[in-house]
Design a protein around this ligand. Sequence first.
Ligand SMILES: *Cc1c(COP(=O)(O)O)cnc(C)c1O
Length: 397
Amino acid sequence: MPPIRNSLTRWGIVSIQTYNVASSSTNDIPFVDLVAQYNRYRPELEQAMREVLETAAFIGGPALSRFERAFAQYIGVDHAIGVANGTDALELALRTAGIGPGDEVILPTNTFIATAEAISAVGARPCFVDVDEQDLLLDLERAKEAVTDKTKAIVPVHLFGQMVSMGPLLAFAKAHGLLVIEDAAQAHGAEDTGGRKAGSLGDFGCFSFYPGKNLGAYGDGGAVVTPDGAHATMLRVLSNHGRAESGGHTHVGRNSRLDGLQAAILDAKLKHLDTFNRERREAAVRYDVLLEGLSDITLPHVRALPSHVFHLYVIRCERRDALRAHLGRAGIATGIHYADPLHLTPAYATLGYPKGSFPVAEKAAREIVSLPISPDITEDQQARVAESIRDFLRGAS
Ligand SMILES: *Cc1c(COP(=O)(O)O)cnc(C)c1O
């Protein structure tokens, strides 16, 4: 066995816990093991759900208020507003910021399509930019070049769980009067070197609680956090049919609420989020050690461990498709995040970005593959993934 523990100590991680929970009935390795997590926290999750059922507080209610307060405090902002999903969180933040038709919003071309959809939904134009060669996050220099007199906001996406370097981005945005809307849908709990959390640095921080996210509900859910009281009020109004606190409908809003059951589940799970993230980091370091020195594999680039919560563990390999097929035959689930940079998706063909517009993202899209990772992945499962990759490289070289 490689010296995993030495490597973990290097990162200040002193012990690894392994949980003895039955995951799937087969020997296959799932991409994310949500059943194992449920089994681990079953009593407190069921208690949280029961409280909602027994009081019928399905919409609004104490669980939602409790979770919104706890989440705001955890992220380190004054206000958190629960909404129906992460895409709505982005859209409602953009609407609250007054962004709409005729405006441009800058975002990385390598992100989940929801980031762009939210911009399109308010009638603004998504302006894609290329990503950094190493961490595959928004390249600030490219973002600077994309600014026009119509640009209203930048959306840094903390993709894979790693924070975009926010200092220079915030300074640039401030100097040019641009709003910063963080897409933190993959980065609950990631921290910069100053201990500030993803989502707490921009004008708005947008989160998804899709079940597989680092903090996941048992259905859809999302939240917007903001330091600004007026923005918080507007987010509440817009997400609840334009209804002001007085009861009157002051705006044409919509229905985008986080329901009581999801809030209760999230409130229970939030208490364990730091544990989940620590276990994800331990799993990532384990992969680093298991896959060290393989010449055909590029491991994820990590700037500082606290800034990365490893929503995804993304490696690169020029023979990616064959590698994926090999892993698939061994019963190992993998993913690609994402197969098409957004400027090349059919959905955004109308924007007219030709192939070759963003070479770094386009090359990465052919080589990236996400390995199974979750707080509950076992050392044994990871060893099998690594062995299967080594097996592929031996056979194919
Ligand atoms: C999941 C995700 C979203 C959208 O969240 P939903 O809750 O699925 O609407 C947005 N951006 C990124 C980067 C995501 O990973």
